[in-house]
Design a protein around this ligand. Sequence first.
Ligand SMILES: [Zn+2]
Length: 271
Amino acid sequence: MDAAPIAYESRKEDLMNKKSIRRIRLGHLKNEKFAPIAHTTNPQLQYNGGPVLANAEVFTIFWGGAWNNQPALANLSQSINDFFFKFILTSPLIDQLAEYSVPSHAIGHGKWVGTKTLGTEPGPLIDDSAIQTTLQGWIANEPGFPQPNANSLYFIYFPPGTVITLDTDSSCQRFGGYHDDIGGRIVYAVEPFCMANSGSLSQLDFFTLTSSHELCEAITDPVPGQGWYWFKDQKHQGEIGDICESAPNAEERMGVYLVQREWSNHLKGCV
Ligand SMILES: [Zn+2]
């Protein structure tokens, strides 16, 4: 069939373009091998015509029996839910994203719409492709899972001992979290359980830091590269959080929660 090669080429091109989009969170782990993006001069996020999440509806998923069976992890999952339910989605961090509103979508406060702990196990090693398949299965079959709409954002938290691979990169070595989309329809963020690697960071700090980064990126660029994205060259590119993750004072404690500052085109700085 004539159409097949064209479709294939087009799909391949899409994939290659996507691979060149940096969607990885590295920064604050303060480890040289994480090679964070250089905080560099004159970044400027550009809007590329795709969707943004106007009022994010966050659903948290805790995958693995440990989130139920280990009291410390059960408490941690509760604290992460509180972070979304009581704080971040109505915080000044979201207010400052209003400058990235686009004609039909004004970015404003979001809401936490629920949570689910799954007693199945992700195993010691799982690739992003398997995470995507699993998430689609949950949405289709698991009771209590919201169906995706234009504001949905699924945050998946992994237990200790699971390594996640994304292309050729591994969690906690090359990234501390990422967000992506499935066919432009399902927007999700992946949160590996990396140890904080610093005496001053608690495990909750680690998760709120990476979650704030991925949240702001998923809101402003839910389909990576199609929303607000800065592309100068392979070394100088990224989303709203990537630009600031290596900046001086990239981290900020708001109340009890540690979050990451985000790039403002308007103020020309990490705020
Ligand atoms: Zn990022």
